[in-house]
Design a protein around this ligand. Structure first.
Ligand SMILES: [Zn+2]
Length: 321
């Protein structure tokens, strides 16, 4: 039985306000009418485009009857397109996962676990896991892109987010985050300890070495200037108005995240904060082309093994929590 057949043709609401656009349920249904269509899409993206994970060969695949796997005749191995991705070992239909990703892409400020649970008719723990896996997918997809470059300034600020539930004590506390943007995308990291070294390490991962760093934040300026053999940092008074577009983008992201935090997620444990920041980044950086957010989210299925997840956390949290 078709899950999302609404009985009318695919249509997208087009408006001049690009951040108001999205992907409609009809468009979704046209691309992914069945579980098999979702699996075929993952197969194309992972194995047809990039070759067999075992032998690197292309072609000569066939689907194994009744399984989520394909057989590669060149190396005689069976491969599942969902293995080691966010959908690894899932019992939930793939189309429901894709539908959840559609919701995460279209939503203004994220989805609470309770909403996912009610809306998809699944239990509490799978709903929680689904949200977390989708956030890892967002983090992995945008992990490689960097800010700035020659002649492209990167605006940096340190901000305090509160309240966060801390892992060990269960008490409300606050967390420091670094927000940086170059006008096209926003990058964030959690700074568990504000030291020059941690700030430098974070910016080395998130911005190209030849990009000029600009800040109107006295504490970020002091920390960045203190780091020895470090690139030049420009302090810019908030009243001067230079790079005001970058300034606005940083504040815009902060407001966006705080709203998401207050309305959907209420309290987040300190060690998971970075994942929620990745979700906010993923949508916010695409707000000028929000009708592409969903297609970006399903454009690749990066490996999300426990080791890869840990590596992602290490690239987004600086200083021990
Ligand atoms: Zn092969």
């Amino acid at each position: 039985m078709a899950l999302f057949d609404l009985g009318y043709a695919a249509h997208e609401y087009k408006t001049s306000r690009t951040s108001y656009r999205g992907t409609s349920l009809q468009q979704f249904y046209e691309a992914f009418p069945t579980d098999d269509a979702c699996l075929d899409h993952m197969f194309r993206v992972r194995f047809l485009k990039h070759g067999c994970p075992k032998c690197g060969g292309f072609g000569d695949w066939y689907r194994l009857e009744g399984l989520r796997s394909f057989h590669h005749q060149q190396c005689h191995s069976n491969r599942s397109p969902t293995a080691d991705t966010l959908l690894n070992g899932t019992q939930i239909p793939l189309q429901l996962w894709f539908y959840a990703m559609l919701h995460f892409s279209n939503s203004a400020h994220g989805l609470s676990r309770t909403f996912v649970q009610r809306h998809l008719g699944i239990a509490q723990h799978p709903a929680f896991r689904m949200g977390r896996q989708i956030r890892y997918q967002m983090a992995a997809l945008d992990d490689k892109t960097m800010l700035g470059g020659q002649d492209t300034p990167v605006f940096v600020r340190l901000e305090t987010i509160r309240p966060i539930i801390r892992r060990a004590k269960g008490r409300h506390g606050s967390a420091r985050i670094l927000i940086a943007n170059d006008g096209s995308a926003v990058k964030t990291v959690v700074i568990a300890r504000s030291t020059p070294k941690h700030l430098r390490d974070a910016l080395t991962i998130k911005a190209y070495p030849d990009s000029q760093l600009v800040t109107d934040c006295p504490s970020a300026f002091k920390l960045m200037s203190d780091a020895s053999s470090w690139r030049q940092v420009q302090y810019q008074s908030p009243v001067l108005g230079l790079h005001s577009d970058l300034q606005h983008q940083n504040y815009g992201f902060l407001k966006y995240f705080q709203l998401m935090f207050r309305t959907q997620y209420k309290s987040i444990s300190h060690h998971r904060l970075w994942l929620y920041l990745k979700e906010a980044e993923f949508r916010y950086s695409r707000r000028a082309r929000s009708h592409e957010t969903f297609w970006d989210l399903v454009s690749q299925f990066p490996v999300l093994t426990p080791e890869r997840k840990q590596a992602l956390a290490d690239r987004n949290v600086f200083g021990c929590l």
